[in-house]
Design a protein around this ligand. Structure first.
Ligand code: HEM
Length: 507
């Protein structure tokens, strides 16, 4: 019987075999194509693409920065890689980053039309997704007007107040240092309230407000879905026609995102030729981007400090000497507390929230020192390798704030230095699209971290080690959940904290 069936099915099985063989050959050719493409693609003078791996990738593993770091050792400071149909160029050297992204900003400042981020979630709107052009300039003008260091003076009292509430909420939750706390929720609420006030003129008035968890979950979801290589669908166009579970997650996020903005009637007024949806997206991106990254840095600071008690001791010495114990530091004290400032810069270096920044894209063909970077190439700033450049940061894996002593510049000023080797770090990106929220983020980080150090001693729990190597998030990185004890360092902390209470802002 089996024999009869076998003879009967033989022609079909050989068709099936040929079919699978064909699929196998096409797939293998597709993924091995870079071997040939690297030989074939060149500019008119024969300059080849930057070197890189011989195969095409469908995705990169979770800690993608480690793969990039290995590749830059093997292929050099500018290498190229195909993800699906998309060519990427990865830049890992500070001089080259400056030459390309800053000096040739006219060519290196547009964005890829990512399918998930730009087309589905942000619907081609919002500053971070806009291609380089007039619409982006309008967004950018508005963003920089709201967020300049001068404009930040207008928000000074708000950030001052929110940092007060942040320190107080940790005090209350930790019952004066008796109970351990997970700081993520409180750091997230601090950053969220600042952004809600700047963007929508509202705040959450208790730590328990459900909007806090909702916004933090949404921010994490947004970051995970919009990383440079979060979705294979971004690089395999054919998949864009298929309804996938991830796509429904995205649509769900978009709906929640629009709910952020539906409460603010003022935002509906057309401003500077931006329509209502533009403004919604601009404000929502401020809120999501600003919250996740700023609170991430505060969380990394709190994760690092218990295992570096000698650094906390030096900070306490500086605070006691310059500020004393009767009042806590404020914004004007920053120039007089260089060690605290150095700690903040060092946290940003060792734990930048975005190891791959937000990729730029080329708007024209470009030839750089004998290599060809075609139009529409996605350009990744490899912050992980830049931040572990041993020439710039000796003992780069060591958390050593001292390396920043003598650096009195803010991150924005530092990014403009003529000698790129003097730049503090690359956490806020580079060139014409450098983070416009930088002055806000710096002010928030200063108030939160200097006051945490003034108010508390930081104790890890013996049975709950805090991991500094692993993290959550595919794009915006935050530490794995952890708890620590925040023990009051100041006798009259109670009295200082009583000076402000939660206020309600209605909208
Ligand atoms: C520590 C906190 C922050 C970090 C580490 C951070 C980092 C970044 C990075 C790496 C970029 C991409 C830059 C590039 O393309 O080269 C960026 C862009 C952006 N950031 Fe931030 N950011 C932070 C806080 C904020 C805040 C508080 C806001 C809003 C108030 C904000 C708003 C934006 C916007 C709108 C863009 C897009 C700019 C454009 O495409 O032209 N960020 N940020």
């Amino acid at each position: 019987m089996a024999l009869v069936l076998g003879v009967y099915l033989q022609p079909f099985s050989s068709i099936i075999n040929y079919f699978f063989l064909g699929v196998l050959i096409v797939t293998a050719t597709y993924f091995l194509a870079p071997v040939l493409l690297r030989k074939w693609i060149s500019d008119k003078d024969g300059n080849p693409l930057p070197p890189g791996p011989p195969i095409r990738y469908a995705f990169l593993r979770k800690y993608a920065e480690l793969a990039l770091h290995d590749w830059q050792k093997k292929y050099g400071p500018v290498f190229s890689i195909w993800m699906g149909t998309q060519l990427f160029v990865v830049v890992s050297d500070p001089h080259i980053a400056r030459d390309l992204l800053v000096s040739n900003g006219a060519v290196f400042s547009t964005r890829k039309r990512y399918f998930m981020k730009n087309q589905i979630i942000l619907r081609g709107r919002a500053i971070t997704a806009s291609p380089y052009g007039d619409k982006w300039r309008q967004h950018r003008r508005l963003a920089t007007q709201v967020l300049t260091p001068k404009a930040m003076q207008g928000f000074a009292s708000i950030m001052d107040y929110e940092s007060h509430i942040f320190i107080k909420s940790l005090y209350k939750q930790g019952q004066k240092g008796k109970l351990p706390v997970n700081p993520a929720h409180y750091a997230g609420r601090f950053a969220l309230n600042n952004m809600l006030i700047i963007s929508f003129g509202m705040r959450t008035d208790t730590s328990e407000d459900p909007l806090v968890e909702k916004a933090l979950d949404l921010a994490m979801e947004f970051m995970d879905l919009t990383g440079p290589w979060s979705n294979a669908v971004d690089f395999f166009e054919a998949l864009q026609w298929l309804p996938t579970p991830k796509r429904s997650r995205v649509l769900n996020s978009t709906m929640v995102l629009s709910r952020f903005t539906e409460h603010d009637p003022e935002i509906r007024e057309p401003r500077q030729k931006l329509d209502w949806e533009d403004l919604c997206m601009l404000s929502a991106v401020f809120t999501l981007g600003g919250v996740h990254s700023t609170s991430g840095i505060i969380q990394w600071f709190l994760a690092l400090i218990p295992s570096h008690p000698h650094i906390a001791e030096k900070a306490y010495e500086e605070l006691d000497r310059v500020i004393g114990r009767e009042r806590w530091p404020n914004a004007a004290d920053e120039p007089n507390l260089p060690y605290i400032r150095a700690i903040i810069k060092e946290v940003q270096r060792v734990h930048a929230p975005f190891w791959m920044a937000t990729p730029h894209c080329t708007s024209q063909d470009f030839t750089y020192k004998g290599t060809y970077i075609p139009k529409d190439t996605v350009v990744v700033l490899n912050c992980y390798s830049l931040h572990h450049n041993e020439e710039r940061y000796p003992d780069s894996y060591v958390f050593k704030p001292e390396r920043y002593l003598g650096d009195d510049l803010g991150c924005g000023e530092s990014a403009k230095l003529a000698n790129v080797m003097d730049r503090d770090h690359w956490t806020f990106g580079a060139g014409r699209r450098i983070c416009p929220g930088l002055p806000a983020a710096e002010r928030e980080l200063w108030l939160a971290i200097s006051r945490l150090l003034w108010a508390y001693k930081f104790e890890a729990l013996p049975d709950e080690p805090i991991s500094l190597d692993e993290y959550e998030g595919l794009s915006g990185r935050t530490p794995l959940p952890y708890r620590l004890k925040l023990v009051p360092r100041i006798d009259n902390l109670d009295i200082v904290l009583q000076a402000a209470d939660e206020v309600k802002i209605t909208w």
